[in-house]
Structures are given as structure tokens and as C-alpha cells.
Design a binder for this molecule. Structure first.
Ligand SMILES: [Zn+2]
Length: 67
């Protein structure tokens, strides 16, 4: 079995773990409704992908007007 030759220093350990950060997915604008959607995925708000409806999108719940 492979055995590490040297102990990983605290600095190297932190440098490696620093890469584990949350990232935002690439967002594109929907050609059908104009809402931002995750590229290479069907639009969440209208269910369209590449100009065709693939997923029946659920009707959005109307927000209650707070007066
Ligand atoms: Zn859309």
C-alpha cells in the first residue's frame, strides 16, 4: 500500500481544503420567459429547453399582498 513520505503540513492541508467553496452555477437567460435558469437544464419557471417544452412547470403560487 502507498505510504505518504512526509506529514502533510497545516499550510498544505488548508490550501487543499480552501478549494472546497460553494460556487454559483452558470446562469443563462431563458429564451421563452426571460428568467435566469441553470444552463443545460430546463427552465424552472416555464419548463422550456432549447425552444421546446420538456417539463410542465407548476403554476407559481401568488404571493399574498401584505398591506
Ligand atoms: Zn423559461
Amino acid at each position: 500500500m502507498a505510504c505518504p513520505k512526509k506529514k502533510t503540513s497545516h499550510r498544505k492541508q488548508h490550501q487543499r481544503r480552501a478549494k472546497w467553496i460553494a460556487f454559483l452555477p452558470n446562469l443563462a437567460k431563458c429564451s421563452n420567459c426571460g428568467e435566469p435558469y441553470i444552463s443545460h437544464n430546463a427552465c424552472i419557471s416555464c419548463g422550456y429547453y432549447n425552444g421546446r417544452e420538456y417539463v410542465k412547470a407548476l403554476p407559481r403560487k401568488k404571493q399574498k399582498a401584505t398591506a
